[in-house]
Ligand binder design. Structure first.
Ligand code: F6R
Length: 250
């Protein structure tokens, strides 16, 4: 793992955006695995800015998103499809036909999940997978549990995830209780993984991810088995790594 500890959210976002932009520049038709939530918003702003300045094109990029709330239509302002349009897709030259987000309204979740995995396989898997991390160590919506789940699947969101995401909804009751999430097979099948995090409330999850026991109780810990992981955090999220003496790049 290569670990970068940046001074704040903006520096963390810029570093994450640089890793993504480098991937696109190196391989213009790359497959990006994309995340939503507060963490990548800043990185997407940088990517949009660099695109508008003419430095970066998404023309041939293909993308697959990690997850979507079950029961939210794509036009709902808290759906992850809406998030991606709002923060990235509507502002760059990506071909809309090359963007995929799980369908939260699918009538046949099992078939939809199998198709999602088949699509990822048909692309030759993801070249660069962007991840945030939950306070409980989830990646995508692979919540802590007894085993790692390989395939895309329907997830019951953990109470702590519902609590954390209630800030985006009018009331906690409005937060969907289930989501469709890529499984660990597609995440670990990515050629490169970029995990970003900011804020002190992520410090334990980052410590568990980097040097805790590899266990489905902390899903991000599986990344210790991946050969090509870049972790970009701000000082607050990286504070426990520093205290534990973990070597970092910057
Ligand atoms: C979102 C996702 C989640 C988030 C995680 C952190 O697509 O897969 O794992 O990355 O819940 O969310 P934020 O960034 O809002 O703290």
């Amino acid at each position: 793992m290569r670990i970068y500890i940046e001074k704040d959210y903006d520096a963390m976002s810029r570093r994450a955006a640089q890793v993504i932009a480098a991937e696109i520049t190196h391989n213009p038709s790359c497959v990006l695995g994309l995340a939503t939530g507060s963490t990548p918003e800043g990185a997407y702003k940088y990517l949009v800015d660099w695109h508008k300045k003419g430095c970066l094109s998404f023309k041939d990029v293909r993308s697959v998103n990690l997850d979507e709330y079950k029961g939210l239509e794509p036009t709902h302002d808290q759906s992850y499809r809406y998030f991606m349009q709002f923060h990235l897709f509507d502002h760059v030259d990506i071909d809309p036909r090359n963007t995929r987000v799980p369908d939260g309204l699918t009538k046949d979740p099992a078939a939809h999940c199998a198709e999602y995995d088949a699509y990822i396989r048909s692309l030759g898997y993801v070249d660069l997978q962007l991840l945030g991390v939950g306070r409980n160590g989830h990646i995508g919506f692979n919540e802590p549990g007894d085993c790692f789940v390989k395939e895309t699947h329907v997830v019951d969101l953990a109470e702590s995830t519902i609590d954390a995401n209630a800030r985006f909804f009018a009331t906690r009751d409005d937060v969907p209780k289930q989501a469709i999430s890529m499984g660990m097979g597609a995440i670990m099948g990515a050629k490169k993984v970029l995990l970003a995090a900011s804020g002190a409330e992520k410090a334990d999850a980052i410590l568990g991810c980097v040097c805790g026991p590899i266990t489905p109780r902390c899903p991000a810990s599986i990344l210790q088995l991946h050969p090509n992981v870049v972790i970009v955090v701000d000082e607050a999220a990286g504070s426990k790594l520093k205290a534990a003496g973990v070597p970092v790049c910057g």
